[in-house]
Design a protein around this ligand. Structure first.
Ligand code: ZN
Ligand code: ZN
Length: 672
């Protein structure tokens, strides 16, 4: 049979050859590191026979599919250990997750009864012991009756319930050592590669996520081929915990939540507001340079606006309920806000019968700004920018810190352009996003280009030629900006192709930030036009673009990326002046005045503390620049400069220090 490799080359193998045979045929080294195999896009066991004509990739630890098989097998190994330690344990589901695996288990029928975190080391030890047995994972297709008999005999109600949902002919068992599980796979060839294991936490989880069903115990773990990889992973987790933006946001006084105000509604404290406004100023200056025009729109709009845009009622579940929804009884006070006198209600409500919605998106408002006057092909593109706050009703269980909120501000802009301008506008939006990311010291980014599915073009609005040209324009724009891209076919929205930026932070974690998105839909729905060179009214193309995504999410990511040590231009407290004794407090006040006059955010620490204590506190507060002033500095009109991460950098005249700091800020803001 013939197999195609990912690079397009072919290999001939005897019929019945497995993934492992293919790996061996390529190289012994690959065979040693192979964990699973991807057959026509599906991750499978390494030791299953390959189908003739398939495209096959060998998956090692460095691939997502390899990790998936590794962690799924580790979940089975954990279940085997639990059965060995606690006979009678019942098992729910045990899938691989982003980083590791879990298994939901029920110990109520065992002697042990329940588990606590103290039991985890013993389970880990048992897993390692069992892994050393190098048991093979054996896959077996089982008739449904046999599967039901097996779990009835074993007394596992959860597996029996899972079986109810499966049809005869699609049931597979996997066994390793003395353990058998109902499972679709894929798995490693054996337990041998699982050398390093850590059970990380224990939690309660309702069976099938339903709070009326029994509560099971969820055991989380992570495993690696090498101990060093596990150590590094745990160290990174520790760092991530220390950098958690919810913790740092609190410690640094950046933002807060109040139950009285409502969950998912962040409030920016003075320091956080400075950070946020500095980011806004930075982006505004970039936008002025690139020909954007600012606009400001209200936080609500008529329901009819969102019916036209399609945001209502289709996305109703993710929005706050409408105000004065159509059909409300105008004299029924229940849906009216306080403060409207009963006698005026009927009158007030006549014009509002159609109702209003808190805006979930800024785009519909911006279409109306575009449409308020006629446009000629000569005055396109029109680039309307707004830091627009939008509201979405996220489930309360999903709210956490700044990365998932119910009210957030997008650094939004909508570009209305001609089809022949799409490439240039994409290029500028990519360039803008890269400028922003580099200024904030993100070094590692890629972009995902979401294209339409060419097999299923009826799903998409707009004709083939337009799509082909637009997709080509996006590709070329990304290439000309030197941007690494991954293309995902079939991931485009029905209304247009898009490009999403994936950014790696200092701890190597990936975040989805900025986005640039084409839209043929809203111009159609809102009947937007311009007059072309043949005097015809034609549709503009609309581009949505947001380099930060949202200010909330971006600040959350920035906090974790920098650990709260922001660059000088962005730091809420830029400079702290530290007098060595109280005798220099007056001079310190003069220094602060000079810094503030130059536009720097500065304070003096005039507490009667030793200067070392003041330095330590400034470090804890993550102030990037400290100016220490003693008797000599006061007499000479100088300052001793101390920078975070560098230590003392020398004594210089005050004017020189001010100039150096303002210069650094200007460079950081891209203004010098
Ligand atoms: Zn499984
Ligand atoms: Zn938009």
């Amino acid at each position: 049979m013939t197999i195609t490799l990912p690079d397009g080359s072919h290999r001939s193998l005897p019929d019945g050859a497995t993934g492992l045979d293919l790996a061996r045929d390529i190289s012994e080294g690959l065979a040693r590191n192979a964990l699973a195999v991807e057959v026509d896009g599906e991750v499978r066991d390494l030791n299953r026979p390959l189908p003739d004509g398939a495209t096959v990739a060998i998956l090692t630890w460095d691939t997502d599919g390899g990790k998936l098989a590794f962690w799924h097998s580790s979940a089975h190994l954990m279940a085997e250990a639990l059965e060995a330690l606690y006979p009678g344990v019942r098992l729910g589901i045990g899938p691989p997750i982003d980083a590791g695996f879990y298994y939901d288990v029920d110990l109520s029928a065992t002697d042990k009864g329940s588990l606590t975190a103290d039991d985890l080391p013993a389970i880990e030890a048992k897993m390692k012991e069992l892994a050393r047995a190098e048991s093979r994972f054996e896959r077996r297709e089982v008739p449904k009756a046999e599967a039901v008999a097996y779990f009835t005999d074993k007394g596992d109600p959860y597996k029996l319930e899972l079986l109810e949902g499966l049809a005869d002919g699609e049931i597979t068992f996997y066994s390793q050592g003395g353990f058998t599980d109902l499972c679709r796979g894929p798995h490693l060839p054996s337990t041998k590669p699982i050398r390093a294991v850590k059970l990380t936490s224990i939690a309660g989880a309702y069976w099938r996520g339903d709070e009326t069903r029994p509560q099971l115990t969820r055991l989380y773990g992570v495993s690696f081929p090498k101990q060093a990889q596990l150590d590094e992973h745990l160290e990174r987790l520790e760092l991530a915990r220390a950098r958690d933006h919810r913790k740092l946001g609190r410690d640094m006084g950046l933002f807060m939540f109040s139950d009285k105000v409502g969950p998912g509604l962040p409030m920016w404290l003075p320091r956080g507001a400075v950070l946020r406004e500095t980011l806004v100023d930075f982006l505004k200056a970039e936008q002025v340079r690139r020909g954007y025009q600012p606009v400001v729109t209200p936080h609500i709009g008529r329901l009819d606006l969102y019916r036209t845009s399609g945001h209502y009622p289709y996305y109703r579940d993710s929005q706050f309920p409408a105000m004065f929804e159509d059909g409300d009884d105008p004299v029924d006070g229940a849906t009216l806000p306080h403060g409207i006198a009963p006698e005026s209600r009927t009158h007030e409500r006549q014009s509002d019968r159609d109702g209003y919605l808190l805006k979930p998106m800024n785009c519909p408002h911006h279409t109306q700004i575009y449409a308020h006057r006629p446009h000629s092909y000569r005055d396109l593109p029109v680039r309307l920018a707004e830091f627009g706050t939008v509201y979405r009703y996220e489930q309360s269980g999903e709210l956490g810190g700044l990365t998932r909120v119910r009210g957030f501000t997008q650094d939004d802009a909508h570009i209305f352009c001609r089809p022949d301008q799409v490439k240039a506008e994409f290029k500028d939006a990519i360039d803008l996003t890269l400028t922003v990311l580099r200024a904030l010291d993100f070094r590692d980014f890629t972009a995902q280009v979401s294209l339409r599915d060419p097999e299923n073009t009826s799903k998409y609005i707009g004709d083939d030629a337009t799509w082909d040209a637009a997709e080509q324009a996006i590709r070329e724009a990304a290439a000309e900006c030197g941007l690494q891209t991954v293309e995902k076919t079939g991931e485009a929205a029905f209304y247009g192709a898009k490009l999403d930026f994936m950014v790696k932070d200092a701890l190597g974690r990936s975040w989805q930030l900025g986005t640039v998105q084409l839209d043929y839909n809203l111009p159609e729905r809102f009947d937007l036009t311009y007059v072309d060179e043949h005097d015809q009214r034609v549709r503009p193309v609309m581009i949505h673009r947001a380099p930060f995504g949202s200010l909330e999410r971006f600040v959350g990511v920035m906090i974790e990326h920098t650990g709260g040590h922001f660059p000088l231009w962005l730091a809420p407290d830029q400079v702290r002046v530290l007098p060595i004794t109280d005798a220099q407090n007056d001079y310190a006040a003069e220094v602060v005045a000079a810094l503030r006059a130059a536009g720097l955010r500065a304070e003096a620490d005039t507490r009667s503390e030793k200067v070392n204590r003041k330095i330590r506190d400034a470090e804890l507060d993550k102030v990037p620049a400290m100016l220490v002033v003693g008797r000599r500095e006061a007499e000479a009109g100088s300052v001793a400069v101390r920078r975070h991460g560098q230590g003392d950098t020398g004594v210089v005249p005050l004017a020189e220090a001010v100039e150096a700091l303002t210069g650094e800020v200007a460079r950081g803001m891209g203004r010098a």
